[in-house]
Design a protein around this ligand. Structure first.
Ligand code: SF4
Length: 338
């Protein structure tokens, strides 16, 4: 995979002057699930279970973890596409946790999402022009139809598509081109912050780099801030300024990208990274095999949720939940080893 070297925002890791754009405090999102013949048994899925972190203006915060760890739910809660169960979300200094729907519309202009599946996320019955133009209509931008079409054609050009695409339908495009349409739709309203929810996972490896490079170019051009959700650790390494590692609804570790991949602190991060192939055959790395499967978020383990699988588990781990603490200015870890 050929990717560009990092832009200024990728290489300049959280400068001291960086301002917080998104602040998440103790965010929880629980879902109720019912089962049984009369749907009487109600259980609670703790998808996001007390998450705290910040996203700084102009950076890309990578969010990694295994499937089902709560990454996508967290991304949707931040955008208020899901109502959080508790906790606080602030955007550009404003607490948006309880914002009523009439105020959410103007907020949505500033916060957008790029979905994982470019096949499912575009309405097959709408032309590309209408898919991208819809956001302009909703937000009452470019009331004049000709002006709106001009803006949509400009957006298509920005994401590397020809203006003729305006009148065509999603099924006429390849997966990579559809994801470009999804990106153009997100860009249409001039957002500041974009949640990229596994934006390349559904694409061929050969196309992934093109989309990642496009996202980097757009970030540099428009000063965008990204929360980049993915399970592919190497893509996250490439694009992210900092990385947050998530396990079963909690943040296990947050670190600058360059430090995390060289010196992971949390035992879960170490295990995840030990499974990533390295290009240099002279460097030896032994894979850390974790015991068992990721537990269910319906009935998660007590204390540190990673304790049943942790190679370094101690007595305290099953009893006391480790808080996410700073171990240096830029690094945070939730583990009793620190
Ligand atoms: Fe392992 Fe204990 Fe640290 Fe959890 S708190 S990661 S179980 S050492």
């Amino acid at each position: 995979m050929q990717m560009q070297t990092g832009t200024a925002s990728q290489t300049n890791e959280k400068p001291e002057t960086a301002k917080k754009l998104v602040e998440i405090k103790d965010l929880k999102k629980y879902f109720s699930v019912t089962s049984g013949t009369f749907r009487k048994n109600t259980q609670t899925v703790r998808a996001v279970d007390g998450v705290t972190f910040d996203v700084f203006k102009g950076e890309t915060l990578g969010l990694v973890g295994e499937s089902g760890c709560g990454k996508s739910t967290l991304g949707r809660c931040i955008l208020r596409l899901y109502e959080p169960t508790s906790g606080e979300i602030s955007f550009d200094g404003q607490n948006i946790t309880q914002l009523k729907s009439e105020y959410l519309r103007s907020l949505r202009r500033r916060m957008q999402i790029i979905f994982q599946d470019p096949y499912a996320s575009l309405n097959p019955r709408m032309t590309v022009g209408n898919i991208i133009g819809e956001a302009l209509v909703i937000h009452k931008l470019f009331a004049d139809i000709a002006e709106r079409q001009k803006r949509v054609a400009e957006l298509l050009s920005i994401v590397g598509l020809r203006p003729e695409a305006l009148f065509r339908y999603p099924h006429e495009f390849s997966g990579g081109q559809r994801q470009r349409i999804g990106i153009a739709r997100a860009l249409a309203v001039d957002p500041q912050f974009i949640v990229c929810d596994e934006p390349v996972s559904a694409l061929d490896v050969s196309i992934q780099a093109q989309i990642v490079n496009l996202l980097q170019d757009l970030q540099a051009e428009f000063g965008l801030t990204y929360l980049f959700i993915a399970h592919d650790l190497m893509i996250v390494k490439h694009i992210s300024t900092r990385v947050a590692v998530m396990y079963l609804g909690n943040i296990a570790e947050v670190a600058p990208s360059s430090e995390l991949y060289v010196d992971p602190k949390h035992p879960y991060t170490r295990a995840l990274l030990s499974a990533v192939p390295i290009a240099d055959p002279t460097r030896k790395k032994s894979r850390i095999m974790l015991k068992g499967e990721i537990p269910s978020p319906i009935n998660p383990p007590s204390g540190c949720k990673f304790h049943p699988r942790c190679p370094e588990v101690m007595e305290i781990c099953s009893e006391v939940t480790p808080p996410l603490i700073h171990i240096s200015e830029k690094r945070q870890v939730a583990c009793h080893l620190y």
